[in-house]
Design a protein around this ligand. Sequence first.
Ligand SMILES: [Zn+2]
Length: 195
Amino acid sequence: MAPADRPVTVDGMTFSLRVTRKRVKNINVRLVGNELRVSAPPWVSRGELDQTIGVLARRLVRRERARKVNGVESALELARKVARRFPNRPEVAEARFSTQQMARWGSYSTRTRTIRLNAALRQMPSWVLEAVVAHELAHIDHPDHSPAFWALLRRVCPATDRARAFLAGVSWLGSSWNDLPPVERSLLAGVGGGE
Ligand SMILES: [Zn+2]
């Protein structure tokens, strides 16, 4: 039993670690409850093992999280409801929340007709989520952010500008949270939406 089986932290969650050395080809990681069970070939160094566990564990944890958030409410149902407001009734074959790092809040593939939504949106008010879906669907007719794009989007989703302001605030907070002094953090946590 390796003495160095210390807990592993992934995305702020802590997991216990159990490493077994055996005659396997590759390093394998399984998530069982709160435990990461790792099997590794004897010749892999501890440094390499730690690094690989980090990568594989993050992938596992995010996949598990995505499975959970996608199970609660159908993203597809919501996307199709929004699609029906468009004059051209765009087709949505699949919609899912993604825990992969995304540069934007959502994306739509015209090839697979799939909408991908940042899983963080699930914690936000549904009108914000709907606005993101509408934004992606409006790009089917207008790949740019031209005046025609905004005109269409505001017609099918009147909350567009409010949602953009909401998400700009969320982005700002997300990127500056770690740098905020504790006092400002607790001040922000205490405001509670009042003006
Ligand atoms: Zn856009």
